[in-house]
Design a binder for this molecule. Sequence first.
Ligand code: IPM
Ligand code: MG
Length: 356
Amino acid sequence: MKLKLAILPGDGIGPEVVREGLKVIRAVCARFGHELACEEALVGAAAIDAAGDPYPEATHKLCMESDAVFFGAIGHPKYDNDPSARIRPEQGLLRMRQMLGLYANVRPVSALPSLVHTSPLRADLVEGVDFVCIRELTGGLYFGRPQGRSEDGLTAYDTCLYSRHEVERIVRLAFDYAMRRRRKLTVVDKANVLATSRLWRQVAGEIAAEYPGVETEYMFVDNAAMRIIQSPRSFDVIVTENMFGDILTDEASVIAGSLGLLPSLSAGLHTSVYEPIHGSYPQAAGKNIANPLASILSAALMFEHSFGLHDEALAVRKAVALSVERRTVTEDIAAGAASFTTSEVGDSICKLIAEA
Ligand code: IPM
Ligand code: MG
């Protein structure tokens, strides 16, 4: 098969983890006889510096022409505490999501057996956790307008906006996931307070009637935040709006043992994007210490979801599990023992794939 990929390393540790992810993609293509065509493009702070635009037209064009987009991270501290900055790196990510129509962000959460003891949560809670959080990605507070400041600067506002159509397509996708898994769906909202959440709950209720085989439960987001830590095994598929999903998945990464372990796929209208859920982690940039596993596991999602290559995805996941078992890991999951660099972890996984 021929795979045409757009590579968007972005900022901070993005380029380092994408380099390892790409190494692994190459190793898989060599091992299984696929042809790979990759082209790199600018996004985020790197693109602002080079082109004055966090998501340049050339980058968008490349994404539209590719089978899949392999993405690193976005964000730079020089913009974080500058409320007057008109152009921000994150706008690049948001514009990309919007222009590619990436409405469904799928974030699987599980704990590798060999890492159960590195999670700050008790091993007996974390063992066997396996759920998927489906986060709506192109609506809600992130995109609702109006957004801004009053003229006197004393008031600021964001708008949480959802149309029935937006809720329907993401909830349907979540039910389809639940059908292929353990047939349980948790709809997370704040319907006791928010009008958008009441629309979510109404639409989810209507669609649930079409899936009698799925057990559907409704949970307020504050309660869900507690239950994810208290009894993570009770979840199978979670579906929620944009910002709740952003927050809950950072929280859920604690179950896996590190934010550096969670991959994601964003699917939608034009192409799919594969990226770690973590950010650009500027403090670690250029030090070769970032955990590349979230990026490498995103490559597994890509083989599976964009190309239907299940053996290839399995090969990546097996190599990751084995490498972690042998403790070839970065310091975030080394639990005080000797740790390896970003590139050493990538090399170890490539070697295991080549030998398999
Ligand atoms: C994520 C990130 C982004 C988000 C930021 C960088 C804008 O936190 O992908 O989870 O909030 O969506
Ligand atoms: Mg986030």
